[in-house]
Design a protein around this ligand. Sequence first.
Ligand SMILES: [Zn+2]
Length: 307
Amino acid sequence: MQDSHEDTIIQLLNQSGQAVMVGDSARAESALSRARQLDPVTLELELARRAWANQTGSKDEINRRREGVVKRLGGVAVAAPDRIDAWRALSEYLRQLGNNEGVLRATASGLKRDPVNVELWIRRTKAQIDMKQLDSAARSLRHCARLAPTHDAVEAMIRVHPVCAKCDALFAAAGAETCGKCGADGPGRGAVVRSVRARHNNKFDIYFPRVRDLIAETLDMPEHIQRQLTLDTLLKRHLKRTNQHCAKVLRAMSKEFGTAFDEPLFQSAVNGFLDLLIADLIRAINPREDKTIDTQIRRRALNETKS
Ligand SMILES: [Zn+2]
C-alpha cells in the first residue's frame, strides 16, 4: 500500500498554522509546500477535514464553507481518480450536505476503480435508501452482505431494512407500514418480511468468518489487514501466493475441518494459487459432516445445501 505520509502532513499543517499565528507567512508557506510535495491528495483531505470541522461564523457561512470544501475535494478526486480515500471522504461530506445525487456519482466513480470497496457500497446503499430507490438499495445491500457479511454497518442496515416478501424491494425502515415500491403491507402492519441475507446464505457466507480468521492466523496477517478482509478481498487481494503459503493454508484447513471435507472435491482442489485453493476448499466442506460448527450455523448451511 502506498504511504500517504499522513502523520507527517498533519505535523506540517500544524507547524504552518502556528507560523500563521505569529505572522511568519514565509515559514507557513514552506511547511505547506513541503506537505504538498509529500502527497498532495492527503494534504487536501486533511485541509478539507479541518475546514469541515470549523464551526466559526454563522450557519450560512458554515454552509458556504462546506459547499466550498466539497467543490474543491471533487476536483481533487477527479484529478486523482485512483485515490479511493478521496472518493470516500467526498461521498461522506456530500451525504452530510444532503446531496444524495452527489453521493451516487462519487461512489460510482470510486467503485469503478475499486469495485469491492465495502465502505463505498455502504454509502451508496444509504443514499439509495434516502432517495427511496428501494429496488436499487436492495441490490446494493445484497452486494454489501456478499462482500462483507460480518461488517457492523452492513449488519445494522440489514436489521433495520428488511425486504418486501412480494417484490424484494427494501423497506425504508424496520417499522414501515407499506412497501415503497409495490405498496404491499410492511412489517409495521405485521406483514411477513425477509432479510436481504436470506438469498445469500451460501456456504461461502457461512464459512467465511471462520476461514478468514484461520488464514489470517496461519499467514500471520497483521490485525489491520485481517479486519479489512472481506470475502472478495480474501479471494483476490492481500494474499501472497507462494507454494509455502498454499501448503500452510491447506494444512490449517485440513486440521480445522478434517473429516468434513468431501473427499473427491478436496482432492481436486487446485493447489498452487491460494485464491483458487481457498475457494475450492470452502466448496469441499460438507456442512452435514462438519461437527464443529455451532448448530444454528449448521442448520442454515443444511438448508442451503437442500435447495
Ligand atoms: Zn414490495
